[in-house]
Design a binder for this molecule. Sequence first.
Ligand SMILES: [Zn+2]
Ligand SMILES: [Zn+2]
Length: 230
Amino acid sequence: MMKSGKTSGSGAKLRDRNAGGMSTHKRMVECQYCRKPRADLDGPLQCCSGCKVDVYCSRECQKKAWPSHKSMCKQIQQRDAEATTEEMDEIVLLRKFKGKHRPMIFECTVQALDLYNDPTRSQRYILIIDLERRPHSNQPAIAFRMVDARVVAFEDMESAQRNEMRIQMHQAEGALMGSGDGTIGVMFTMLRVNTGAATIAGAGFTKDVLVPSRDWKGLLRTCMNNGVVV
Ligand SMILES: [Zn+2]
Ligand SMILES: [Zn+2]
């Protein structure tokens, strides 16, 4: 049932430039049930073989997460089944791209949503990252190019996207908020390609990962457009 999720990569340059960010990275890449960070594990996190979206540290955690993950997992699979092969290839590639850039996406989302000043903004706003497909590139980390990124209020989103958000928020909050380890909220980021393909990333955050906003858009652009993964 489990498939190994490759999560390696070099981000030495970024770590230098962005000292202090490592604790954020560690926390953001973690088992979606027990929240054990990837850095504390011997091997890689394993992804759910059904949806290929959620990651876990062990079979045990995947089993325990299943009752709350089940409906989202089925919905993702249902949507995948309805997509054409071409659309599917793009979605799969987009999810891989998201996986590669996940720590940076979450670090930038903290700043973009200004959660340092008001953590409750994560309940009203989402970061949307607009991408375009980079032709002739099937390497996941550089398969897309960031065109722009902006913060949007949930209430200003199209209804289809808002419904999608609600499902994912509900699921993520159930899984992330109940763990009693200092998680104070769940933040969301949408990656959207100009062809219409989109995927949403959600992550719980603790108080100590909240840092004042810097040039998050520049950082995001630099990482995504140069394929820098951490
Ligand atoms: Zn776990
Ligand atoms: Zn799943």
